[in-house]
Design a protein around this ligand. Structure first.
Ligand code: HEM
Length: 127
């Protein structure tokens, strides 16, 4: 008997997450709200962390937690101001990245619902 397919597999596995997260970080690199938040000059390591996290979340390999431990994302974002402006900039960049991945509509909707919910839940400042 075969296992039911995970969302990770249904969207095409690692190459799809690689594409979405790379496109997202290309937007971050040019974004005057988001870019200053990232402490490192090289966005590559941050890109890898987000990619591995999303792969794990959607049923792919658990490399993120092997390298970083429990995600605890709200705690990990505490050093960075995430107000409505930052959240909206993050979602704007992610919207572009998700649109360009051209996923089947029902999968895209599932991914987007999660990303919107997660971005709202990361708020740690109200100005
Ligand atoms: C890390 C900003 C939302 C997942 C970071 C970092 C910044 C940041 C500045 C540090 C970069 C680094 O890893 O070196 C933001 C802003 C958000 C947001 C402004 C606006 C709402 C999200 C959401 C998710 C997410 C919604 C997940 C769906 C991550 C992950 C890391 C990270 C996995 C790396 C954590 C680690 O292992 O250290 N984010 N983020 N972020 N963010 Fe966000």
């Amino acid at each position: 008997m075969s296992e039911p397919q995970s969302f990770y597999e249904a969207v095409g596995g690692e190459p799809t997450f690689r594409k979405i997260v790379a496109r997202f970080y290309a937007e971050v690199a040019d974004d005057e709200v988001l870019r200053p938040l990232y402490p490192e000059e090289d966005l590559g390591p941050a890109e890898e962390r987000l990619r591995l996290f999303l792969m794990q979340y959607w049923g792919g390999p658990h490399t993120y937690s092997e390298q970083r431990g429990h995600p605890r994302l709200r705690m990990r974002h505490a050093p960075f101001k995430v107000g409505p402006l930052e959240r909206d900039a993050w979602l704007r960049a992610m919207r572009i990245a998700v649109d360009e991945a051209d996923l089947p509509p029902h999968l895209e909707q599932q991914l987007w619902n999660y990303l919107e919910m997660a971005a709202h839940s990361m708020l740690n400042s109200w100005d």
